[in-house]
Design a protein around this ligand. Structure first.
Ligand SMILES: Nc1nc2c(ncn2[C@@H]2O[C@H](COP(=O)(O)OP(=O)(O)OP(=O)(O)O)[C@@H](O)[C@H]2O)c(=O)[nH]1
Ligand SMILES: [Mg+2]
Length: 347
């Protein structure tokens, strides 16, 4: 296949990937913390939370990167008797469900869970407000075991229950890993790219998933290279490079606001991430890597980008620029997470 065909296929591939969102739905009793959990998964305050319940009647859909988080209204309430509810929400169009509860576990949730399982859907139980779990004279482990046994009894089989606290962030790393493990590989990559990392292992998975995108975008930018990079005799599609850089930054949650609030020792790296994310910055990086041929590491990506693109003049340069930016974003995110986790770094 020629360059033109490779580029058309790659463009379609990127487009399809972007359109195929990972859909995660949350259901459970009012006030159990569904909206708070959405904010934790995304790593930004995207959903409205509060002590008063505005009894949601419509599903609220929150889009974040490659994720669609669906905040479902109460199932089994008078307004939504179970059948009408099922007709309306088409669970088969959703990839994964989280049954969120706090305090007492409700039978309506079990009924919905069972129906989801019958339809072959993935559903995980999340006991939120772990920080509130307390009873005089009993240990937290005893209380957890009791809750898990209650869930198992109602469902009719042992079920893993994820105990989390949106307040202390305890258990969120395990939940995020559990969600990822339950998904098929292509969706795992989406999840790794879009969800906030609570562990260094997740951050590594994020890097791997982003790297794959870098090759795709770099390939397309090189194949579409109409605008010559000044001083370099190679054209690169700058709008594609710009999109790639913005997506990498977003995947690591490195918003301008977050970067500008960094502690002084991380600020230089933060500024680099912002500066190289501009059109001028990207141009500088491209020039820096001009003449760089695609390295041997490209090998496993050739089937993805195609032979013609892998051999294109600007490909080595666009890949190197993208990877350099990915490394910067990764390093910054790693330093931020290490601080959050209280890990000391040797100077
Ligand atoms: N202590 C504690 N409070 C929490 C936790 N998670 C959420 N909350 C609080 O619980 C209240 C309800 O949280 P929301 O996230 O709005 O709950 P929701 O399930 O979306 O509620 P509705 O949309 O009304 O159904 C808010 O005041 C939150 O701050 C937690 O882990 N621990
Ligand atoms: Mg809510």
């Amino acid at each position: 296949m020629g360059l033109r065909e490779d580029a058309a296929r790659l463009r379609q591939d990127i487009e399809d990937e972007q359109n195929a969102k990972l859909r995660i739905a949350l259901f459970g009793q009012p006030g159990s913390g569904k909206s708070s959990l959405i904010n934790q998964i995304v790593g930004q305050p995207v959903a409205r939370t509060g002590v008063t319940t505005d009894t949601t009647v419509e599903a609220q859909i929150i889009a974040h990167e490659e994720l669609l988080l669906v905040d479902l209204p109460g199932y089994g309430t008078s307004r939504f008797p179970p059948n009408a509810w099922m007709d309306r929400f088409r669970p088969e169009e959703l990839d994964l469900f989280l049954c969120v509860f706090a305090g007492k576990f409700h039978e309506a949730d079990t009924a919905f869970f069972k129906e989801l399982r019958e339809k072959g859907r993935i559903c995980l139980f999340v006991r939120n407000k772990l920080d509130d779990l307390w009873e005089d004279g009993r240990t937290t482990d005893e209380l957890k075991a009791e809750i898990a046994a209650d869930v198992a009894r109602q469902v009719g089989a042992p079920e893993q229950v994820y105990f989390v606290s949106c307040r202390t962030r305890e258990g969120l790393s395990e939940l995020v890993d559990g969600i990822k493990a339950a998904l098929e590989p292509a969706l795992q990559e989406k999840y790794a790219r879009s969800a906030k990392a609570f562990s260094l292992a997740h951050l590594e998975a994020k890097k791997d998933a982003c790297e794959k995108s870098v090759y795709k975008y770099a390939g397309l930018a090189a194949a579409n290279g109409l605008n010559p990079v000044p001083g370099v005799n190679v054209g690169v599609d700058m709008s594609i490079m710009y999109k790639m850089f913005a997506e990498i930054r977003a995947s690591y949650g490195l918003t301008d606001e977050k970067v500008n609030k960094l502690i002084p020792s991380l600020l230089p790296l933060g500024k680099r991430v912002l500066d190289y994310g501009t059109k001028e910055g990207i141009m500088l990086l491209l020039k820096k890597f001009a003449g760089k041929s695609a390295s041997t590491a490209v090998g496993r990506f050739v089937p993805i980008v195609g032979q013609a693109i892998a051999a294109a003049a600007g490909f080595g340069m666009t890949v190197a620029a993208g990877k350099s930016y990915l490394n910067d974003c990764h390093e910054l995110a790693e330093r931020i997470l290490e601080r959050e986790l209280g890990i000391e770094r040797q100077p």
